[in-house]
Design a protein around this ligand. Sequence first.
Ligand SMILES: [Zn+2]
Length: 488
Amino acid sequence: MGQINKKNDILKKINDLAISQFDEIEYESASIKLDNPVDEVTAKDIPRKKTSLCSSKMGRKEKISIEDIFSNGTEDENTGMDPENNSCLLKNPQEKKSSSDISFPVKETEISGTPEKTKQEKIINSDYLNKSDTQKIALIYNTDHEAHSSVCLGMESPERPQRLTDAYWYLKKNRIFEDDKFELFTRFEMARERDILRVHTSSYVDFIRSYASKGGGFLGDSTYITPQSYEIALMAAGGAIKAAELVIDENYLCSFALIRPPGHHAGSDKYSGFCMFNNAAVLARYLQQVKGLKKILILDWDAHAGNGTMDIFYSDPTVMTVSIHRDPADYYPRTGFIDQTGEGAGKGFTANIEMPQGSGDEEYIMAFKEVIIPLINRFSPDFVICCCGFDGYYQEKNNKLKLTAEGYYQIGKILRDSLSVDFTLLLEGGYHRFNGQLCHSILSSLLGRKNPINESDIFSQYELGIQKKIYQKAQKNIADVKELFSIK
Ligand SMILES: [Zn+2]
């Protein structure tokens, strides 16, 4: 009898959540000023699939019902390289490594059958200055992620399907997918287990698979697993791989993978902060070991430090990680400090840029121009993976950063103007309702178009008054990083 009541409570919860999300969409879409009324997404535009939230779309399992979830139970089981002088990027490095000392993993045989194009050929054949005039941006998205929902477990989590479905419907409503400069890819393969095992330990992968197969539950550290989360996490990593392959093999300008769950907090043997498998790390190893690229740079501008990614490559000089995030002294994940610069052969190939609370567009633009782009240029990677978090947006109330749509637009512009290497963007955080709008802003700047999102009079006079002090604090942090990495 208690079991039946519990089931009814869950069903009611799903219903209530769906209704409250409708309200939120209408409230929030009214609070952003848009150029064109067609930009606004209203509740009626968002198809809701209350009864299919937990059903499988992976084609591998039978439909999962609320009854199945209860019968399976939810036990709480815890279980720079400088090309000029061949020296490390870091000032006064404890260990110096010459480029000849760096060994790269052995290239595997490509089994997908896609003909490979070497990096050298790509550079010869591409004129990056005119690239955006002729090339499209590839967008990666499918609906499989919807079954990774905490609602299936009777819980609420900010990391929910609506993060992506709202973004998709916003972009669709704005006819992005009919625009000849964009191409949407909804069919892509899950990452193979061997792709995941290049980054994560086999015992950890076994644990995630087995925990999901037993019905899943809340793991801790904000991370949950539904019965289908294992396959969905593989699909997210597969989306990242697809995004990069389109740029490398099919000559797209760049690509944006709208994927979840996010990945940048996941370490080689640990889940963390909504993340199970580290999508960017899996992609980096794939590019090295399958596509034959040597040096990969992972640039992370999520509000939170990309600590999982940092840990995975901390002693690896072939993958440089650059993370710009809110000062982690009193903020999740409480690691990712300026003095964490790598170890051993990887010393000097990890950069953390701490941004003070309240940092916004000006502070981030300064960091990109004065530190991030010089670091990328000096490392001279063969590919850049951008971990694109939208949770530094001012509407993400708990994060106390103040990036606006214009800030993300400017980040895209800096990348467009400065990068002469292939790159892709992978979605990480962003738990408000504006991922679609911010995506639209950054994609527009990558194409050299004007910003479609017009926000004005966002901040109060008081907020604008204290911004000078925040700017000065950010300036000091940026100067510290420049000194540490000998950037003039
Ligand atoms: Zn985040």
